[in-house]
Design a protein around this ligand. Structure first.
Ligand code: ARG
Length: 404
C-alpha cells in the first residue's frame, strides 16, 4: 500500500483509476490543474468546475483533493519560452497538450512532496505521447518517486470502464457515446479518435468546439494590432492568460486556427489529430512577421533550425533537458530586439499579417525603394558579383577541360 498522487481530470477514465487504486488499498490524493481549458477569461466558471471535480474525487474516497489554478504559471514558464521558439511540431501543431504535461509532472512531484506521497499516477495509455512526457518529467524532477500507469498495466475498453463505473457508483457526466478524445488548455484544443481515425474522412463540424464553421463566420474582416515588448505580446490592455483567452474567442469567431494533422508520435506510430488554436495561430503569425523585420538574415536562418528542434524536444517529452534550456538562452538574446507592432487581419479562417513596424527594424526603406530617394549604391553590386562569382569562372574552365 502506498500514498499516491493521481493526476485527476474528473472524467470516466481517471475516476475508474482512482477507484481501482483505492481498491488495491492505497491512499489516493487527487490532483486537478486548471490550465484554462474553459477559456479562463474571468476564472469564475473554471473555478466552479474545478471545485466540482475535487468534490467528485472526495466522494469517490480520495484522502484529499488538490485543485490548482496554474494558468499564469503555464503561460509564464511554458507558453512564453515555447512561443519564443515559434513552436510548431512537424510544421503545424503548436504543442498545446505537449506543453502542459511537463507542468503536470511538476505539480505531481510538488504535491507528492507536500503530502508525503511515495508515488504518482496518471491515466495515460501505452500508445500516447503524454505517458512519455509526464514520466520523463517526474524522473527529471524526482527520480525517487514511483510512477503508476494503471491503464498501461491493464488496458480498459470503454464499455468495461462504463460497466466498472456503474458497479462502483461512479457518476458519468458525459454520454457513453462520447465520440472524441479531447484535451484543451489556453494554448489550444486537441481532438482525436472516433471517425477521425480514418484519414480520408473530412473533419465533421461537431469535432470543433472553439472555431466557427465557414457558414457562421462574420462576413467582414476584423483587424487587431499585436504589440511586442522584448518578445512578450499584448493586444490593447490584455496580456498573459487573459490575452490567450481573448484571442481564442476572437480568432475562433473567424474560424482561425483549425489544423488537421497526421503526426508522428514518440512511440513510433502515426496518428491523426485535429487542433483548434486560434490564439496560438494569431500570435505565431505576428511573431514571425516581426522576427523577419528585426532579426538578421543569419539569425533567422539559424533560428529556423533551432525552432524546429525545440518543437521536437517538447513533443518528445524532453522539456527538462539541458538542450532546451540552452535554446531558451539563445531565444532570450534574439528576443531582446523583438519590440514593435504587427497588424493582423482576421477573415474566413485566415490570419493575415498586413502591417509591421519596429524601432529595431533592419528593413531600410531608403535602401529598398524602387522610387525616388533610392540611396542604394547600384554600382557596388558589380564588385560583389565579380568576387562572389569567382568560383563559377574556374568551375566552367574545369568543366570545359573535362568535357569529352
Ligand atoms: N497529439 C497531441 C500530442 O501528442 C495531443 C494529445 C492529446 N490529445 C487528445 N485528443 N486527448 O501532443
Amino acid at each position: 500500500m502506498s500514498t499516491i498522487v493521481l493526476a485527476y481530470s474528473g472524467g470516466l477514465d481517471t475516476s475508474v483509476l482512482l477507484k481501482r487504486l483505492l481498491l488495491e488499498g492505497n491512499d489516493v490524493i487527487a490532483l486537478t490543474a486548471d490550465l484554462g481549458e474553459s477559456d479562463g477569461a474571468t476564472g469564475e466558471a473554471a473555478a466552479a468546475a474545478i471545485a466540482a471535480i475535487s468534490a467528485k474525487a472526495l466522494a469517490l474516497g480520495a484522502r484529499d483533493a488538490v485543485a490548482i489554478d496554474v494558468r499564469q504559471r503555464f503561460y509564464d514558464e511554458f507558453v512564453l519560452p515555447a512561443f519564443a521558439a515559434n513552436v510548431r511540431y512537424e510544421g503545424c501543431y503548436p504543442l498545446s497538450a505537449a506543453l502542459s504535461r511537463p507542468l503536470i509532472a511538476a505539480l505531481l512531484v510538488e504535491t507528492a512532496r507536500s503530502c508525503g506521497a511515495d508515488a504518482v499516477a496518471h491515466g495515460c495509455t501505452g500508445k500516447g505521447n503524454d505517458q512519455v512526457r509526464i514520466e520523463f518529467g517526474v524522473r527529471a524532477l524526482d527520480p525517487s518517486l514511483q510512477v503508476r500507469a494503471p491503464l498501461r498495466e491493464s488496458p480498459l475498453s470503454r464499455p468495461d470502464a462504463i460497466a466498472f463505473a456503474a458497479q462502483h457508483d461512479i457518476p458519468i457526466a458525459q454520454s457513453a457515446a462520447k465520440p472524441y478524445s479531447i484535451d484543451a488548455n489556453l494554448w489550444g484544443r486537441s481532438i482525436e479518435a472516433g471517425v477521425l481515425e480514418d484519414p480520408w474522412v473530412a473533419p465533421p463540424e461537431d469535432a470543433f468546439g472553439w472555431t466557427a464553421s465557414p457558414q457562421q463566420r462574420p462576413s467582414a474582416p476584423s483587424e487587431i494590432v499585436v504589440h511586442f515588448t522584448a518578445g512578450v505580446p499584448r493586444v490593447e490592455d490584455s496580456v498573459g492568460p487573459a490575452l490567450l483567452a481573448k484571442l481564442n474567442i476572437l480568432g475562433g469567431e473567424h474560424g482561425i486556427g483549425r489544423i488537421d494533422l497526421i503526426e508522428d508520435r514518440v512511440i513510433g506510430l502515426k496518428s491523426r489529430e485535429l487542433y483548434e488554436a486560434p490564439a496560438a495561430t494569431l500570435l505565431l503569425a505576428a511573431r514571425e512577421a516581426l522576427e523577419r523585420l528585426v532579426l538578421t538574415r543569419d539569425e533567422l536562418r539559424f533560428k529556423a533550425g533551432i525552432d524546429r528542434k525545440y518543437a521536437e524536444l517538447v513533443y518528445d517529452g524532453l522539456w527538462y533537458s539541458p538542450l532546451r534550456t540552452a535554446f531558451d538562452a539563445f531565444n532570450g538574446v534574439t528576443s531582446q530586439r523583438l519590440s514593435g507592432e504587427v497588424r493582423l487581419r482576421l477573415f474566413q479562417g485566415c490570419a493575415t499579417v498586413v502591417g509591421v513596424r519596429s524601432p529595431f527594424a533592419l528593413y531600410d526603406e531608403g535602401l529598398a525603394t524602387y522610387g525616388a530617394g533610392d540611396r542604394f549604391d547600384h554600382r557596388a553590386a558589380d564588385g560583389f558579383i565579380h568576387l562572389a562569382g569567382l568560383p563559377f569562372d574556374r568551375l566552367a574552365q574545369v568543366a570545359a577541360v573535362a568535357a569529352p
